[in-house]
Write a new protein. Structure first.
Length: 153
């Protein structure tokens, strides 16, 4: 999954005594032990965020009682969409038109160069106007990757 999102496996590194795979994903570093994330280091818009497990235990017995749900009353809600079922809403002409517009916008974005996207993004978003080229490039690359994933490429 990480590879399809543009991720590249770097090397292995010990973290908390475990041999972790280290992945670069659009400029962020992710540390995984047997598929479980133990650390991530993300730099976005000039801010670095590090999330790291403080302790982990593997292969431990967990009592079934830990998975027992509280004895709350179950209430069925028939009408969450204002009288319209989700299927009916998703098959409506309005929803289909909205989805077509999203698809057209994504197609247009997929064909935009970084320079074209940057100009539009900075004109329409004050936060992006203050971002460095490196940060903008990371955002652009991530958007392009998400578009490819959505198209199934």
């Amino acid at each position: 999954m990480l590879e399809t999102m543009g991720g590249k496996q770097l090397d292995k590194e010990k973290l908390m005594g475990y041999d972790c795979e280290v992945w670069d994903l659009n400029g962020s570093k992710q540390y995984f032990y047997e598929g479980i994330p133990l650390k991530s280091k993300i730099k976005l818009m000039g801010i670095t965020t590090i999330t790291e497990a403080t302790s982990v235990k593997f292969d431990t017995k967990v009592s079934d009682s830990k998975f027992k749900l509280p004895d709350f009353e179950v209430v069925e809600i028939e009408n969450m969409m204002g009288g319209e079922s989700i299927d009916k809403m998703m098959n409506s002409e309005e929803f289909q038109d909205d989805m077509e517009e999203v698809k057209e916008n994504m197609d247009a974005l997929s064909k935009m160069s970084f320079k074209e996207w940057k100009k539009i993004a900075q004109e329409n978003d004050p936060e992006m106007a203050g971002m460095s080229d490196e940060e903008l490039r990371q955002a652009y690359d991530m958007i392009q990757q998400m578009i490819k994933l959505r198209k199934g490429n």
